[in-house]
Ligand binder design. Structure first.
Ligand code: 48F
Length: 258
């Protein structure tokens, strides 16, 4: 058997460009392949929606990999356990309402669950801007993360989406664009980004259910970004809220697309 490097090159280019072309219009564009983004992607794809996640980094998983302070174990509460089970992620009761799971297994199986359901993950791509038409967010503006990191003067390209989910974690970077560049009034107490508060796991997890919402028509915020936008506390290495928030974001998106 012979191997031709040029065929390998063409196989990659043809396949990738076909995929990017196919996903230039989606039902839902998700920023960030952390726990919230990947859970949202699975539940949307399961309902037959065309979903693309754009992830800035080389790897998926966001803040999952390191568990707490690099001890790569995550903790979830019973509601989170139910979602771990749906993704076939092994977990064990530590005590009472505290369950533990392997961080590496969690990151990889959340991604596998989203992909198997039909979602597409594009890594190494950052969402740097939003598309806005007639009082609605209508898409995302993407560029290679390498371009962003090298601060190269290269113009981006655009993906049209019925719904955009900001699952960018502490940065809440899409909502920042909405506030800073578009001057939009977001559905928060102040109308802008309130900013994340210091660690309080119980309250942080509790209010995440309320802070996960459509902050502007077409723009839903999920995961840690939701608390950062609405002024909730961070919660550290307990991940149940992130999973539940991802699921809720998917439900809100489905509702909004009806
Ligand atoms: O930070 P991240 O894991 O967000 P999450 O899903 O989960 C938060 C927890 O990991 C942890 C926590 C738990 O209590 O507080 O922090 O809310 O994943 C966010 C992902 O978004 C990517 C980033 O690289 C990470 O993988 N990201 C951030 N900004 C952009 C982006 C952007 N503008 N475009 C694309 N990806």
């Amino acid at each position: 058997m012979s191997l031709d490097e040029i065929v390998i090159t063409r196989a990659i280019l043809d396949t990738y460009l076909k995929q990017l072309n196919e996903y230039s219009e989606v039902d839902v564009a998700i920023a960030g392949a952390g726990p919230a983004g990947m859970v949202a992607a699975k539940y949307l794809a399961m309902k037959g929606k065309k979903v693309a996640i754009f992830e800035r980094r080389l790897s998926i998983g966001g803040g999952i990999w390191g568990g707490g302070m690099m001890f790569n174990v995550i903790v979830v509460q019973p509601e989170g356990k139910a979602i771990l089970d749906e993704f076939n992620i092994k977990n064990a009761r530590y005590k009472e309402d505290y369950f533990v799971a392997d961080a590496v297994e969690t990151a990889t199986k959340l991604a596998a669950g989203a992909i198997d359901a039909g979602a597409k993950i594009f890594n190494l791509i950052s969402i740097e801007d939003l598309m806005y038409r007639e009082n609605r967010i209508t898409g995302v503006v993407i560029n290679w993360s390498a371009v962003e990191m090298a601060k190269l003067h290269v113009d981006p390209m655009t993906i049209r989406a019925k719904i955009v989910i900001d699952a960018t974690g502490h940065d809440c970077s899409l909502c920042r664009v909405a506030e800073r560049k578009l001057g939009l009034k977001l559905a928060t107490e102040t109308g802008g980004i309130v900013g994340e508060k210091s660690m309080w796991a119980e309250i942080g997890e509790k209010i995440l259910i309320e802070t996960t919402k459509e902050v502007y028509p077409g723009l839903i915020v999920a995961g840690m970004a939701a608390n950062a936008v609405s002024g909730g506390p961070r919660m550290g290495p307990i991940f149940g809220g992130m999973l539940i928030s991802g699921k809720k974001a998917a439900e809100l998106a489905l509702e909004a697309m009806k």
